[in-house]
Design a protein around this ligand. Structure first.
Ligand SMILES: O=C(O)CCC(=O)C(=O)O
Length: 326
């Protein structure tokens, strides 16, 4: 059943039927979604990270048929969204992080600074080829796509800003001990997809998985422990935070379709008040946080997400008390 529904949403010939896709903009009209209470005593911590709206405005939902699947509908300010998009495009795909770019197709200059070299492309075709070639970057423990194992020797530092963001969300969800140890940033040009899979490479399979969506929206399928079970389709929009926890942590999931429906906000935010600016200014790259408010700086990032989605997928790898993998 999972594969059939995946194919239906992926089919390029038709525009997808969104009638059965759960939309968190109109959640409580649907009896498959319930409101989920957050641990709001963390407001002070939330204010410590610039780019997040006050937690009193956050809307969190749980899926009735998939206990443990939680969605926080975009808790980011416009500047916050821009910051994370820029981090994913400009900074995260650089060494020592690993990227998918094939060494037979791209030389070292592109593989080590894709975003910079992309904007040096002289020809439109070259630009497009280089743009859509970037599909993932990994950091922390690097996922080995062949063996599906992590290795103590395949590890790069986990960025402090993303670590703080994840620890904030995990404590808000009641997972005080969550440790962000591995991340995959997935880049999805419109027309691409990710087929059904279960994330079982982590020795720690009881810690939740945090997934942040930016740019264009996606249809996300969440199924059960077997491919026989009928999945539920959700609409993930820019800024949404999806948490796979509890019994849903080891369920099949997929992204059959990227929709081109998200309009980017291109006003100049440089003079605008960001309600979270009082935060701990060392937590983020504050130069970048400042610069994304400037229209000419923001424009290339905005152009990228006009036809692309970015997903940051963060996992804990080690079990509590475990120091090494091998
Ligand atoms: O893009 C997404 O929303 C999901 C990504 C995912 O499932 C993965 O990286 O394992």
């Amino acid at each position: 059943m999972f594969k059939l529904i995946f194919k239906q949403y992926k089919a390029k010939s038709s525009s997808p039927d969104l009638n059965d896709v759960l939309n968190f903009d109109d959640p409580l009209r649907n009896d498959r979604i319930t409101a989920h209470r957050l641990n709001t005593c963390h407001e002070e911590n939330i204010r410590s990270i610039p780019g997040l709206k006050s937690s009193s405005t956050w809307q969190c939902y749980e899926l009735r048929d998939h206990p443990g699947i939680l969605v926080i509908r975009n808790p980011f300010t416009e500047r916050g969204l821009r910051y994370w998009i820029a981090r994913c495009l400009r900074d995260y795909p650089r060494p020592p992080n690993i990227v998918n770019l094939n060494e037979r197709l791209f030389d070292e200059t592109v593989r080590s600074d894709w975003w910079k070299q992309l904007h040096r492309c002289q020809h439109k075709d070259d630009f497009q080829r280089t743009k859509v070639a970037m599909r993932w970057t990994t950091f922390g423990y690097h996922h080995d796509w062949d063996t599906k194992h992590y290795d103590d020797h395949m590890h790069s530092p986990f960025p402090e800003d993303l670590s703080l963001l994840c620890r904030l969300f995990s404590s808000t969800m009641g997972y005080e001990d969550f440790k962000p140890e591995a991340a995959i940033v997935n880049y999805y040009p419109v027309g691409s997809s990710l087929s059904g899979h279960v994330d079982y490479s982590e020795p720690n399979q009881s810690a939740p998985l945090f997934s942040f969506s930016f740019g264009q929206s996606a249809i996300f399928l969440i199924g059960g422990r077997s491919l026989e079970e009928t999945p539920t389709a959700l609409l993930l929009q820019s800024g949404d935070v999806l948490i796979m926890s509890g019994e849903s942590r080891l369920c099949y999931h997929a992204v059959p379709r990227i929709l081109k429906d998200h309009k980017t906000v291109n006003c100049d935010l440089s003079k605008e008040f960001d309600d979270s600016c009082g935060g701990d200014l060392n937590a983020l790259d504050m130069d970048l946080f400042e610069h994304v408010g400037n229209l000419s700086f923001w424009q290339p990032f905005s152009d990228y997400i006009v036809d692309s989605r970015i997903n940051i997928n963060v996992r804990q790898v080690l079990k509590p008390g475990q120091l090494l993998l091998n």
